[in-house]
Design a protein around this ligand. Structure first.
Ligand code: PGA
Length: 261
C-alpha cells in the first residue's frame, strides 16, 4: 500500500493576483515533483492560477476552498462544482472549521457539497476536528465520529476522499498538536472510516494533519504511518518557506519509504 503524500496550501482570504504569479514561479523547483502539492486560492484567482500553471507547466494542482451545495441555479454568490472543474480544480476543501464557525455551514450543506464534487470528479478534502474544550474533556473521538457520520451516513456516494484532521485550537495559534498525538487520532480516524469503507479502501484514503504546520515541524508529522500529508495556512503564504516545508516533507517521505521496504 502506498499513499502519495499530499501538501495542501490554503491561502484563505489572503494573497493577490501578483503574489500568486510570483509564488507559482518560485515554487516551480524540480526536486519537489515527488510529492503532490495543491494550492487552494480565493475564487477570483482561479483563472490566473489556470493560466500560470499552463505557462509554467507547473506540477502544483489547483484547489478551491469552497463549493456550493447546489449544482446550479438562482443562488446568488454561489460557485458550483462544475464551474470549479472548468478552471481545472481537482481538490476542494469541505467543512473547514472557519466556515463551520463563521459562515455557519451545516452538516446538510457539507453532505451536498461532497455529492456535488464527486459528481464533477473533484476530490473533496473533508476537514474535521474538535475544539479546545472538547479536547480537554476527552471528547475527540466522539466528535470526529459525529463529524464523519453526519456527512457519510448511511452510505457515501462513490468517489475519492481525503480527510484533514485539524484540531480547531491548533489552527492559526502557533500551538500545533504534537506529531505522536496526531498519529494516534489519525489511526482512530482510519479505523472509524471502516464503518463506511472496506478495509482496503481505508488504506487508500489520505489523512492530512493541519494546524500551525510550518517548515520546522512539518517533517515530524510525515514520519508517522497514518499521517499522509499536511494542510497548511499561514506557513504556505511565502514561497520560500513553503519550499522549505515541502523539501523537509520530501526527505521525511523518502526516509519513511525506505523504512517500509
Ligand atoms: P494554519 O491554518 O496553518 O495557519 O494553522 C491551517 C488551516 O486552517 O487549514
Amino acid at each position: 500500500m502506498t499513499r502519495t503524500q499530499l501538501v495542501m496550501a490554503n491561502w484563505k482570504q489572503q494573497g493577490s493576483e501578483q503574489t500568486l504569479k510570483q509564488w507559482l514561479s518560485e515554487v516551480n523547483v524540480p526536486e519537489l515533483t515527488a510529492i503532490s502539492r495543491v494550492l487552494c486560492v480565493p475564487l477570483p484567482y482561479l483563472a490566473t492560477l489556470r493560466q500560470q500553471r499552463a505557462a509554467l507547466q507547473s506540477p502544483v494542482l489547483a484547489g478551491a476552498q469552497l463549493v456550493s451545495a447546489w449544482t446550479g441555479g438562482a443562488y446568488t454568490g454561489e460557485v458550483s462544482a462544475a464551474m470549479l472543474s472548468e478552471f481545472g480544480v481537482t481538490y476542494t476543501l469541505v467543512g473547514h472549521s472557519e466556515r463551520r464557525q463563521w459562515l455557519l455551514e451545516t452538516a446538510d450543506s457539507r453532505r451536498a457539497q461532497l455529492a456535488a464534487l464527486w459528481q464533477q470528479g473533484i476530490t473533496p478534502v473533508l476537514c474535521v476536528g474538535e475544539t479546545a474544550a472538547q479536547h480537554q474533556q476527552g471528547q475527540t473521538f466522539a466528535v470526529l465520529w459525529q463529524q464523519l457520520a453526519e456527512v457519510l451516513d448511511p452510505q457515501p456516494a462513490p468517489g475519492p476522499l481525503v480527510l484533514a484532521y485539524e484540531p480547531v485550537f491548533a489552527i492559526g495559534s502557533g500551538q500545533p498538536l504534537s506529531a505522536p498525538d496526531a498519529q494516534q487520532v489519525h489511526q482512530q480516524l482510519r479505523q472509524l472510516l471502516q464503518h463506511w469503507y472496506s478495509a482496503a479502501d481505508c488504506q487508500q484514503i489520505r489523512i492530512l494533519y493541519g494546524g500551525s504546520v510550518n517548515s520546522n515541524n512539518a517533517a515530524e508529522y510525515l514520519r508517522y504511518p497514518d499521517i499522509d500529508g499536511v494542510l497548511v495556512g499561514s506557513g504556505s503564504l511565502k514561497a520560500d518557506s513553503f519550499n522549505a516545508l515541502c523539501r523537509a516533507i520530501a526527505s521525511a517521505v523518502t526516509a519513511k519509504t525506505v523504512s517500509l521496504i
